[in-house]
Structure formats: structure tokens, C-alpha cells
Design a protein around this ligand. Sequence first.
Ligand SMILES: C[S@@+](CC[C@H](N)C(=O)[O-])C[C@H]1O[C@@H](n2cnc3c(N)ncnc32)[C@H](O)[C@@H]1O
Length: 333
Amino acid sequence: MNVYEALLRHSERLENALIIGNGAQFPQDWQAQLKSGNSQILTWDWQTFQAYHNLDNEQRQFAMPQLQIQQLNPAQVILLWPKSKPLGISLVQLIASQTKNCLVVGANDAGGKSIGKACAHLCSNYEKIDSARRCSVWQLELESQPALNWLSMAQSFNHEQQAYLTLPGVFSHGKLDLGTRVLLEHLPAPAHGKVLDLGCGSGVIGLSLKQKQTALELTLADVDAFALRSSELNAMRMGLEAKVLASDGLQQVEGRFDYIISNPPFHQGKDTDYRFAEQLFKQAKQHLVRDGQLWIVANRHLAYEEWAQSHFAQVEILAQQQGFKIICLSQAK
Ligand SMILES: C[S@@+](CC[C@H](N)C(=O)[O-])C[C@H]1O[C@@H](n2cnc3c(N)ncnc32)[C@H](O)[C@@H]1O
């Protein structure tokens, strides 16, 4: 990943640094550099956290960034600019509430060139100190900011008279996704059994089922710490019990389920990415009971049911509506 290569040109800054951000692909010597410089990574992406497996446990943290800067007191804070500009600005605000300067690096095709301008209102001074590997490296001198409360930036949407909160950066921030809505209209309402909501986001799929049938045993899994916290908060607000789990696909999931339900992610950067669904079809058998079912919603143009055929004896399209199809897979081969 180019942002890491751009940072390696400033290796003197990588001593006792706290790096905040996501990005699971880095050059070979990157982790060794962090390890020897006694630097740390704070990421809200489970895949990134796992990729840093060569670091000691004290050097890597999977969490929503909050008060870690104060607690760790690093010599240098480095922010890897996220894809979402509002999230990037909020992160700089958070950093400014706890320290006076930071380095920010972003890919030029993800807003890297205009980081200074985007954060100008939080800075007494800002300067682009490098431009390399199609990335921009910015030094920001920060104006002190009040403490940032992620909850105050949450937005809610309603489904069946229940408000679901979404923290910044979480899918369907403040609005129920159309694909999810179509899926919810067609899902069965099982009275009992184990349900896994995979890629749970706000948790709306699993929690709305559990609200109808509280005997269901619910697991909510996602890679994103903001999504997991949103799900936890929603479960708490609804008074529902659910296991909330950080997992890359089914990797960290244990046990077998009667239902696995997902609105799968399929965008990775600019390109469409089907890996999540492909892996899910392949591995679902190990996590379904014998007559268990996998339910997914997909854009109508995605040929999910064709790939699913090599892994499931029964592949049914149960609805086609508003550009989406609802697929139920059973009898895993
Ligand atoms: C299309 S959204 C669906 C969110 C929620 N279920 C809904 O319907 O509103 C896909 C979700 O999958 C999560 N995700 C992406 N890659 C993942 C992975 N490899 N493993 C688990 N979850 C993933 C994203 O963070 C996101 O919350």
C-alpha cells in the first residue's frame, strides 16, 4: 500500500509513533520498522489488526479511536487518511483534542491532495511536506479542540418503530439500506434456533429478528469496530442479548447456526469485490446445521446464485424487487 511506502521516506518519524488508521497491505519491511521503532498501530478494521501479526500485543489495538493518544503519549501521531472525508476530519478533530500536531498521509485518489484544506479549520498551520507514491504527506499544527464524542455524531434510522443508531462510517449511516429492507421483508421469522448476522453493520437484520422472537440465539459479526459498537449499543437500547464478534468473514466464528444471514459487502475501493461472498459460500457448510440456511440479498446483476451452485444443492431466488434479489441457499454440499 502506497501510504506506507510514502511514510517509509520519513522513517525518523516512525520512532515511538502512534499510527491511526486502516490498511492491511504494507511493504515487507514495514512491520519490522514499527517493531524496532517501538511504534503502535490503532485500527478499527479487523483485517488490518490481523495483518499486523508480527507486532507484540501492546503494539496493536483494534478499537474505535478515543482516548488512546493521551494514554499512550506517543512522540508522533500519524493518521492514515480514511476513504470517508467526514471521518478523516473527525479523526483530526479527535487528535487535536489530545495533542498539538500530527502527520497525515493520504492517497491522492482518496482526497490526499486536499487534506490540508479539509482540515484547515482545525489547524494553526498546515504544510504538505512530501508527495510520493501517488500520496501526499501533511504536517498539521493543531488548534486545541474540545473532546470528541462519537455518539454525538451518530445518526439513526427507523425500522418497525425501532430506532437503529449508526456511528460515523457505518454502512447505512442514518438510513436503512434498500437492499437490507427488501431482505427484511422476505426473511422467515424463526421462533428459535441460532442466527448469525454476518457483516452486521448496525445489527438491524439480526436484532429485528430477535426483537420478534427473543428465544433466538443471536451472533452479530463485522470487521469494523464502529459497526460492532453500533450493534452493541442497539442491542443494549433494545434490551436484547446478542454476542457481538469481530470477524473477517467466518474466520473467527465458532459453532453452527440454523440461519446465516448477510447483506454482503461487494465494494473494495473502486473495484467490485466478490471475495466475501465467494468465501462465505465455500465455508458456510462448516457453520450451518444440517438443514441450516444461508440467506443473502444481492444486486440483481451479481451472479451469486451461479457461484453458490457448486456449494449448495438447493439454490432458490425467493424474490426479485427494486433491483435486488433475495437468495436462500440450503443443503450445503
Ligand atoms: C452491505 S453492509 C451491511 C450492513 C448491515 N448488515 C445492513 O444490512 O445494514 C456490509 C457490512 O459488512 C462488513 N464487512 C466488510 N467486509 C467484511 C468482512 N471481511 N467480514 C465481516 N464483515 C465485513 C462491513 O463493515 C459492513 O458493515
